[in-house]
Design a protein around this ligand. Structure first.
Ligand SMILES: *[C@@H]1O[C@H](CO)[C@@H](O)[C@H](O)[C@H]1NC(C)=O
Ligand SMILES: *[C@@H]1O[C@H](CO)[C@@H](O)[C@H](O)[C@H]1NC(C)=O
Ligand SMILES: *[C@@H]1O[C@H](CO)[C@@H](O)[C@H](O)[C@H]1NC(C)=O
Ligand SMILES: *[C@@H]1O[C@H](CO)[C@@H](O)[C@H](O)[C@H]1NC(C)=O
Ligand SMILES: *[C@@H]1O[C@H](CO)[C@@H](O)[C@H](O)[C@H]1NC(C)=O
Ligand SMILES: *[C@@H]1O[C@H](CO)[C@@H](O)[C@H](O)[C@H]1NC(C)=O
Ligand SMILES: *[C@@H]1O[C@H](CO)[C@@H](O)[C@H](O)[C@H]1NC(C)=O
Ligand SMILES: *[C@@H]1O[C@H](CO)[C@@H](O)[C@H](O)[C@H]1NC(C)=O
Length: 832
């Protein structure tokens, strides 16, 4: 009892001490269902709660999963006398009842739940001290091939039971490269990218790992750890790309035909093929043993090789490894006959060609593989029509296909055309091709002019360009409408300026001589022309053009009086606008082709600013110029022949006037409404704008401002705001109501500077809502109130008189015509 009492006191003391802190938590109270959380491993003899009994209850009873640890005192103090262990029992379900003095239950049993909170009091432990595993070379990185597994009795929902795995040693380790990785949560071991690439059972068939596991998420200094050893065998990878396959095209064997095989390292893989190129159909398939088949006969001439991939997947459809590339080459067979280059091959041969001359090269085609016996062709002439003058006029070289003249020279007059049949053969096939050989004429005739002299022709120099002035003709007896008989005419003498041209009529070979550029008597008056007629085709050797292929012609150009010519269409000059009257500003000159004298005059001299010297063409000013009136002054200059037919021509003269500072600055607009509110409470300010009619000097004229009179200098000050605006401000506030006129001097800062004096009107007035309220009578033209009333009364009076007159008239007419309207009454006097 002593112990009990002491414990009781101690506990109550603790209760009271702690109760002072957390207000939410009560350490004593009536009996009701409650839940308590207590850390495991704490010192024993801990008070949990003080239950209060209500009469008639006098004592308490504890039942349930006490495990001999929980106890309750008769006065209701619940405590435990040993450390708790979560791993033994995580939740204790207790019941408390109150009893009366006779031991009968008064209240309860009431459930009281004790949750044991975890502390990290258990080490993680690997389930096995050693693990054995194996992995295939080239396995997909990150795909687990084995697991290690550790347990920790602590609560897995708290960090105490959260385990983190880590590989701490890999043996052997070359160049510090890790081949293996572990999932730190699941313990799954897989290859790294390097491991997948580099592991090789021939170099090193086994590895050893040391794997650690830590609790507390591996983050805490107080975490426990364990380690285990993992031995891994590296096995050879049989998932390898097979050798390239050759398939003979156009196979007649029943399909599909197995062509190669792939195999995943373990059974149970799902195989499929993936195209590399986009084909309408892939003529290959794979079965579930990894056998690869061709499903139909292939055609090398359509496609001579295939590349595609074999893929192995697991049951979940995830790739097990990298796809394998499968290469198929289609082998040629001679399944295509030779073909002719076209339905008819046409060659031409000139008559008179020597024996052995090449006529052309005949090339057949074969779709089978190039540079194999399947496509090497042989040529042979098997027929010639007509066999005139004899058979065997032509031969073809067996392999090159060159066709040559073999028998004798040909004559077009005798046989203009031969048809040959050439047999083209490969290893197995023969094809007959049709060849047409046309015998063509040669250029052995020269054009002969119909006459050697076309005589004299006189033309005025102004004969229109494009006029046909002469028709010439030569004839050529070679085959018509060929380059051997067509005639091109050239002028080989007498037209160095290229003023004439000759067009040939392709049907008749007539030549039309045409003026291409204006003739000019002053340059050349007589043209001694020589025409030459030629063929576009060269003549055969031994034949030459002679004098019969040329003809002469004399063109005599006569003079026509022409107008004077200016050297330019527009003459331009520049001058300052302030030049003295009589200054020379420019000159124009014209020349007469006939060398007559010229007289100059001006036209459109609208402002009369200029005059021209009629003889020299010099232009002078005759009045002061003004750029502000016209900055570009344009006049017409007329040049007229003196004598002759007085022909004339016109040019323009443009005179640009350069600006001179000859305008004083002025106000940009009329300022009538400037006002300041009276009385003035502070400095008043007004902004006004200034301008200058001279050409704006860039960036802007530099105006400066000053007050003119001394009196206004006492009242006002003026200053520049920016290039165009200035500010007028008051110097004091004692202004009378009324209109002030402030004279301001503005200088434009030009060279030389010009000044202007402007007067700025400023009204001081009483303001109503910021607007100037003008006292009555101050502004002329605006009626005062008195005047307005007067006007109104007068108006009423006049209206009154008019109404009275009308009324009297109506009264007078009453009785005579009462139905008449007021409108009609006005017309009455006319009817009477
Ligand atoms: C690890 O072991 C525990 C307990 O034996 C088991 O529940 C769990 O499934 C195992 N995990 C793995 C990945 O084998
Ligand atoms: C566990 O691995 C994940 C990703 O693999 C990583 O983000 C995490 O930081 C790792 N945890 C520890 C404690 O190393
Ligand atoms: C296959 O060969 C036969 C003769 O061997 C030929 O007639 C046929 O055109 C060929 N087919 C193809 C697609 O080349
Ligand atoms: C040659 O063949 C063509 C048809 O291809 C025919 O029109 C022509 O008359 C033949 N020439 C000779 C000389 O037989
Ligand atoms: C052509 O003119 C020349 C002089 O220019 C003259 O000698 C010749 O007789 C003239 N010929 C004809 C055919 O008028
Ligand atoms: C020019 O050659 C042709 C034949 O080619 C001949 O008929 C003609 O007489 C020759 N003319 C001259 C001037 O020699
Ligand atoms: C005026 O004309 C003369 C020749 O007539 C020439 O030398 C001179 O340069 C011209 N002057 C002007 C301003 O065009
Ligand atoms: C000059 O100042 C006036 C008043 O402040 C303003 O309205 C105007 O835009 C300014 N002009 C320039 C070119 O800045």
């Amino acid at each position: 009892t002593m112990m009990r009492a002491q414990l009781h006191c101690l506990c109550l003391l603790i209760l009271y001490l702690t109760a002072g802190y957390g207000q939410e938590r009560k350490f004593s109270g009536p009996l009701k269902p409650m839940t308590f959380s207590i850390f495991e491993g704490q010192e024993p003899s801990q008070v949990i709660f003080q239950f209060k009994a209500s009469p008639p209850a006098v004592t308490f009873k504890l039942t349930g999963e006490t495990d001999g640890i929980f106890q309750i005192q008769p006065d209701g103090l619940l405590y435990h006398n040993k450390a708790l262990d979560r791993e033994t029992r995580a939740v204790h379900k207790l019941q408390v009842s109150t009893l009366d003095a006779y031991g009968a239950t008064v209240e309860g049993p009431v459930p009281i739940t004790i949750e044991v909170k975890d502390i990290n009091d258990n080490r993680p432990t690997f389930l096995q001290p050693n693990y054995e595993g194996s992995v295939r070379q080239n396995s997909r990185p990150g795909k687990p091939f084995m697991y290690v597994n550790a347990t920790d009795l602590d609560d897995p929902t708290t960090p105490n039971g959260q385990l983190i795995y880590e590989i701490i040693i890999q043996l052997p380790k070359v160049n510090d490269v890790m081949y293996f990785q572990i999932n730190n949560k699941t313990g799954a071991i897989s290859l790294t990218l390097e491991g997948s690439r580099e592991l090789d059972p021939i170099k090193n068939p086994s590895y050893r790992l040391v794997v650690s596991v830590k609790d507390m998420g591996g983050q805490n200094d107080h975490s426990f750890s364990d380690s285990t050893s993992v031995n891994i065998m590296v096995k050879e990878n049989i998932w390898k790309a097979p050798e390239p396959v050759e398939i003979v095209e156009n196979s007649t064997d029943p399909h599909p035909i197995k062509i190669t095989q792939v195999q995943w390292n373990e059974p149970g893989a799902q195989y499929s093929l993936v195209e590399k190129e986009k084909l309408s159909t892939l003529p290959f398939s794979i079965d579930q043993e990894g056998g690869i088949y061709v499903t139909q006969p292939l055609d090398r001439e359509e496609k001579d090789s295939y590349v595609f991939y074999a893929v192995a997947k697991d049951e979940m459809g995830k790739p097990l490894a990298f796809p394998l590339q499968i290469r198929v080459k289609v082998k040629d067979i001679n399944d295509n006959p030779p073909t002719c280059p076209s339905a008819v091959t046409v060659f031409e041969v000139q008559e008179n060609e020597d024996i052995g001359s090449n006529i052309g090269t005949f090339i057949g085609h074969d779709m089978d593989e190039e540079n194999t016996a399947n496509s090497v062709l042989e040529y042979k002439i098997v027929d010639q029509i007509p066999k005139l003058p004899k058979e065997g006029l032509f031969l073809v070289q067996t392999y090159s296909g060159v066709v040559q003249l073999a028998g004798q020279s040909l004559k077009k007059q005798d046989t203009p055309q031969y048809n040959l049949t050439i047999e083209v053969s490969d290893k197995d096939f023969k094809t007959l091709c049709h060849v047409e050989i046309n015998v063509i004429d040669i250029n052995d005739q020269i054009p002969i002019f119909e006459k050697s002299d076309y005589g004299n022709l006189t033309l005025a120099e102004d004969t229109a360009v494009g006029s046909t002035i002469l028709t010439i003709r030569a004839t050529d007896t070679d085959e018509p409408f060929t380059g051997s008989s067509k005639i091109l005419y050239r002028i080989i003498q007498g037209d160095s300026e290229g003023q004439l041209g000759i067009d040939t009529d392709p049907q008749t070979n007539a030549g039309y001589v045409i003026i291409k550029k204006p003739l000019d008597f002053e340059t050349v008056a007589i043209h001694n022309i020589v025409f030459q007629a030629e063929n576009p085709e060269p003549l055969v050797s031994g034949v030459h053009y002679n004098t019969s292929s040329s003809a002469k012609f004399k063109l005599i150009v006569t003079d026509v009086n022409e107008a004077p010519q200016f050297s330019q269409r527009i003459y331009q000059a520049k001058v300052r606008e302030d030049v003295a009257v009589g200054t020379k500003v420019g000159n124009v000159t014209a020349k007469d082709p006939e060398n007559l004298d010229i007289s100059y005059s001006l036209r459109d001299n609208t402002r009369g600013w200029l005059k021209i010297d009629p003889v020299t063409g010099e232009i002078f000013t005759t009045a002061p110029l003004d750029r502000e009136a016209e900055s570009l002054y344009r006049v017409q200059v007329m040049a007229t022949e003196v004598g002759g037919s007085s022909q004339s021509s016109i040019a323009s003269f443009h005179l640009t006037l350069l600006d001179v500072n000859d305008n004083p600055p002025r106000l940009a607009k009329e300022y009538t409404g400037l006002f300041l509110c009276h009385p003035l409470h502070q400095e008043g300010t007004l902004i006004f704008e200034v301008t200058d009619d001279d050409q704006r000097s860039f960036p802007s004229p530099h105006f400066s401002y000053s007050l003119v009179s001394e009196s206004s200098q006492n009242d006002w000050k003026v200053s520049r705001v920016n290039g165009t605006h200035a500010k007028l401000s008051t110097k004091h506030t004692n202004f009378e109501e009324g209109l002030y006129s402030v004279p301001i001097r503005i200088s434009d800062g030009g060279r030389p500077p010009l000044e202007g004096v402007v007067s700025l009107p400023v009204t001081f007035c009483t303001c109503v809502e910021g607007h100037c309220f003008q006292p009555a009578g101050h502004q002329p033209g605006m009626p005062t109130v008195g005047m307005a009333v007067g006007i109104l009364l007068t108006t009423f009076l006049v209206i009154g008189i008019i109404l009275a007159v009308v009324f009297i008239r109506i009264k007078k007419n009453e009785g005579k015509d009462t139905v008449e309207s007021a409108q009609a009454s006005e017309a009455q006097p006319l009817r009477n």
